[in-house]
Write a protein that binds this ligand. Structure first.
Ligand SMILES: NC(=O)c1ccc[n+]([C@@H]2O[C@H](COP(=O)([O-])OP(=O)(O)OC[C@H]3O[C@@H](n4cnc5c(N)ncnc54)[C@H](OP(=O)(O)O)[C@@H]3O)[C@@H](O)[C@H]2O)c1
Length: 272
């Protein structure tokens, strides 16, 4: 996600310095269009706004507090926007650390995938000070069709967990009804056609319904990511029947299908 998002900013006139833990990913950019920082600390020194898009809480901790991490730069006056899907706990911790050095932190996770990142049509839900949000809003607007501040630090993260809980539940529900229909004499193609034309039809159902019909389980959103997100939602207090069930189902599917798309859950449900 970091590459298409940063390319979008580049295309819209923002000068960029990029950093990635594993070297070589800068080859994704046209030579000489970006500067490459060799560490998060160097990135922090060279830029006014730092945008982070990495896997999980562990990655965030390493980027901020590891050797040559952002905080080791001793810089101040920077804005750090963390767009990764992580816990509100890690956001609050890092926002405190940033504040002690005179830097400001915004959690701003995204809904949407690579295609939306490429076209600047993500949905961004931010948590943090209103003034910081307004300051970086022009940048967020280049990446999104909607950038909304939902509350203080960490609330953006919680909004993302709510959205992805629905994503997990909807994915499992779609897979279950396709199997139920098939076992009771309804061709999946016909059932999906009915769903798409009913009040329950939506873009997500269409994309994942097509993936089921084509047996295309290449990860657009890896199943292992929904396991992480549902686990975080549980840690944040999700205790509802559907939430609990989806969390269990995806956890059980992860071993075999974690690297495949979220809708590969249908293969797990089919095998039992
Ligand atoms: N893919 C989607 O459709 C999608 C949609 C919405 C939100 N998200 C969220 O966006 C975030 C990124 O997802 P992605 O799909 O872009 O993941 P990805 O392709 O797996 O990339 C993960 C990135 O995190 C870095 N990273 C992981 N552990 C690290 C560590 N300990 N220290 C430093 N860097 C580390 C990786 O660096 P290396 O290259 O060195 O491994 C890589 O740059 C996740 O939180 C995900 O849940 C994804």
């Amino acid at each position: 996600m970091g590459i298409p998002m940063s390319k979008r900013l580049l295309e819209n006139g923002y000068p960029l310095t990029v950093y990635n833990r594993t070297k070589g990913k800068e080859k994704a950019y046209t030579p000489q269009t970006v500067s490459v920082a060799l560490s998060p600390a160097k990135l922090m020194k060279e830029t006014g706004v730092v945008i982070i898009m990495v896997s999980d809480d562990k990655a965030i901790r390493e980027i901020f507090s590891g050797t040559d991490g952002l905080l080791s730069a001793g810089a101040s006056g920077k804005v750090i926007i963390n767009m990764s899907t992580v816990s509100s706990g890690i956001s609050k911790e890092m926002a405190d650390q940033c504040s002690k050095q005179g830097n400001r932190y915004l959690d701003a996770p995204v809904s949407g995938s690579v295609k939306q990142a490429e076209t600047g049509t993500l949905v961004i839900m931010a948590g943090g000070e209103e003034a910081v949000f307004e300051q970086v809003k022009p940048i967020l607007d280049q990446l999104s069709k909607l950038a909304i501040r939902v509350g203080d630090t960490g609330v953006g993260n919680n909004a993302k967990l709510a959205v992805n809980t629905l994503l997990g539940i909807m994915s499992q529900a779609l897979a279950e009804v396709v199997l139920f229909g098939r076992d009771n004499g309804i061709e999946p193609e016909d059932l999906l056609n009915i769903i798409h034309n009913s009040a329950m039809g939506n873009i997500y159902m269409k994309i994942k319904g097509d993936a089921i019909l084509q047996e295309n389980y290449k990860a657009a959103f890896a199943l292992k990511h929904i396991v992480k997100d549902l686990r975080l939602a549980k840690q944040t207090g999700l205790k509802t029947p559907l939430g609990e069930t989806a969390c269990k189902t995806f956890r059980e599917a992860e071993g075999e299908y974690g690297e495949e798309d979220i809708i590969a859950v249908i293969k797990k449900l089919e095998r039992g």
